[in-house]
Design a protein. Structure first.
Length: 235
């Protein structure tokens, strides 16, 4: 029996969730057979019934249901220990956990303001009102106002990326010669921006841009399998 993964689906088949991208890459890294089941915000009752909470991704492996991308990655490493490791030994696991926290608390917030005004159009039409209401409540302002000072937010993002640029100038992947889960965590944020906005957030001819291109090309071009911008007529 294959693992089942529930993930967010957006407008015309787009995959807008960065957390789902982490697990898509993790499953490809492991070489695990998987059945994908796309869900929308309106499908929250399905997710709650399965996992007791309302966020995706979740995976179902026989009787076992796991939610939260970090816990899913740890589960996959334990459950499929005969396949290539995602987290490595205890030291590697701890370092990857730090990368997970850093990505969620430092890198991701700088991206939100750069992409939110455009990102809403990547969602299914019936999900856009929920997204706008929930995110504007979180931000305390409209999506458009939150992203209005683009040069400022781009400068914040560039500053957050400086350690990555220096690190990737010395090696091919965050983990070293080959990618591991830390790469998938960080790449998910860049994929979120890349598929969710028409604006390029990465400067060309940088170590970061070269790493992103390598990440997109992994697993037979996994990063390019779903549509992004430009979008059809908004409405």
């Amino acid at each position: 029996m294959s693992v089942i993964m529930y993930e967010r689906v957006g407008f015309e088949g787009r995959r807008p969730s960065p957390f789902s991208w982490r697990i898509r890459y993790a499953l490809a890294h492991k070489g695990i057979e998987v059945e994908y089941r796309p869900t929308r915000f309106a499908d929250v009752d399905i997710i709650k019934k399965l996992s007791g909470q309302h966020f995706v991704p979740i995976i179902v492996d026989g009787p076992k249901v796991v939610h939260d991308s970090w816990h899913i990655a740890a589960y996959l490493d334990q459950r499929f220990s005969d396949k290539p490791t995602l987290l490595g030994d205890d030291a590697g696991r701890n370092l990857n956990h730090f990368v997970n926290h850093w990505s969620d608390t430092v890198l991701s917030p700088t991206v939100r303001r750069l992409i939110y005004p455009d990102f809403i159009w990547c969602l299914a039409p019936e999900d856009r009102d929920y997204f706008r209401r929930s995110r504007e409540k979180m931000l305390g302002q409209t999506l458009e106002a939150a992203g209005a000072d683009r040069p400022r937010w781009q400068a914040d993002f560039d500053a957050a990326c400086l350690p990555l640029e220096r690190h990737l100038g010395e090696q091919r992947f965050i983990a070293g010669a080959e990618p591991r889960y830390g790469d998938y965590i960080v790449f998910s944020v860049f994929q979120w921006a890349r598929l969710g906005s028409p604006h390029e957030v990465v400067k060309p001819d940088t170590a970061l841009a070269q790493w992103r291109a390598r990440m997109i090309a992994l697993f037979d071009g996994l990063g390019d399998r779903f549509p992004a911008y430009p979008l059809p007529q908004r409405g």
